[in-house]
Design a protein around this ligand. Sequence first.
Ligand code: FRU
Length: 483
Amino acid sequence: MSKDKQLRLEADQNTAKHKSIVEQDPYRLHYHIMPPVGLLNDPNGFIQWKGTYHLFYQWMPFKTGHGAKFWGHYSSQDFVHWKHEEIALTPSEWYEKNGCYSGSAIEHDGKLYVFYTGNVKDDNGNRESYQCLAISEDGIHFEKKGPVIERLEGYTAHFRDPKVWEQDGQYFMVIGAQTKGLKGAVVLFQSENLVDWTHAGILTGGGEGILKEFGYMFECPDLFYLDGKDILVFSPQGLEPEGMKYQNVYQAGYVTGTFDPSSGTFEHGAFHELDHGFDFYAPQTTKDKKGRRILFAWMSVPDQNEQDHPTIKHQWLHNMTIPRELKCIGGKLYQVPVRELEGLRVNEAVEHRVELQQKNQQFEGVRGKAVELLAEDIIVSKGWFDISVGEAARMVYSSEQKIFTLERQSYVDGVVEKRHCRLDDLNNLHIFVDTSSIEVFINDGEHVFTSRFYPSPDNESIQFGASEKSCFTIKKWDLTRIF
Ligand code: FRU
């Protein structure tokens, strides 16, 4: 049997073996993409191809830890219903034997081309990496073409995560890299045919320019044009916490500027985090046929207490965010849940206009474990306003300090931990809760907090409080179970 066949068989067997224990987990999500078993990390190869959305993902089907990754595959027509397709890539060849690492997809001549990193380790743990190509005619079965780019001089083997796009009749690729001087960098390649690639310089980092001292590795770069700006999204590693910023082990964010395809240069401004919550990393975007720029991210962070998640005893770990549409307004990226997610709603909204000046208030019908909440026309003229979900997550806005906070009970030791952002005024909150995940979109998506949290499974309460008179309208929908 070929190595590829054998790996597929073993992955299928392991999925079948653990299906029932996975499904018995009360923290299994209802409408977020998860692995059927084992560990999921980065979104990969996200594309709308021949009408269908394809989302591939980093998958370790044999354990709830990292290792020789596969490309798992989900497809959807509408971002609501997802089909788990057969495995797209297994780490079966010499140039990827320790993992088919992250990458991207592009359409060419009616075929689906995917670029990914072949990760290779020798017996002494030395790493090598190859940027590889695989081509599909049906979007399901891939023919591997092997490495198309080898590592450059001047970089360590942390050279990965190719993202490809077309511009002005040429193809470009960005790669996340680490220089031999241990600086994070984004490297640019250019091609006429997607097979032969030429190095076109450093796009940013590498110990030069505005990101000169900015960590030791940039992962998962993604460069795209949106609303008049060129935007580079990437995940830097090695930043120190700075006030409210950079509180997680690693970050994910963006810079905006102008990319010149003829010279391969990118003039850009300062780095902004995309999310203020505890669990957000390695985002990847695509432009769909409606012209929308849509993002998925991994709802976790590498090396951040991953082994303490309670889902591990049910043999699975991690999930994607909901899909979000990006807009660039005044040089800032806004994120809003894609419109299609209204298709998850199972009932008409429960709605209340509320005036509140007490703690721990509940409103009829406003409860549940998989819900969408929309708080609008919020007026907090003095003091603080809060919303608690289960007993394990709380959002607080202090109108005096002008700070928005997300608190959660740590799944490691139960202690309350906090993330913050500055917020001059709180106007609206759009919140997606899904058994053990919460995504909070503030003021039409200007700020976002994304996190896992673990309330007692039978606690479906949602409570509101205010220290002084506060007003708002609250709408709530129950969301259906897809998975
Ligand atoms: C980011 C990352 C990528 C790599 C992949 C491996 O989370 O480390 O840089 O390609 O995960 O699973």
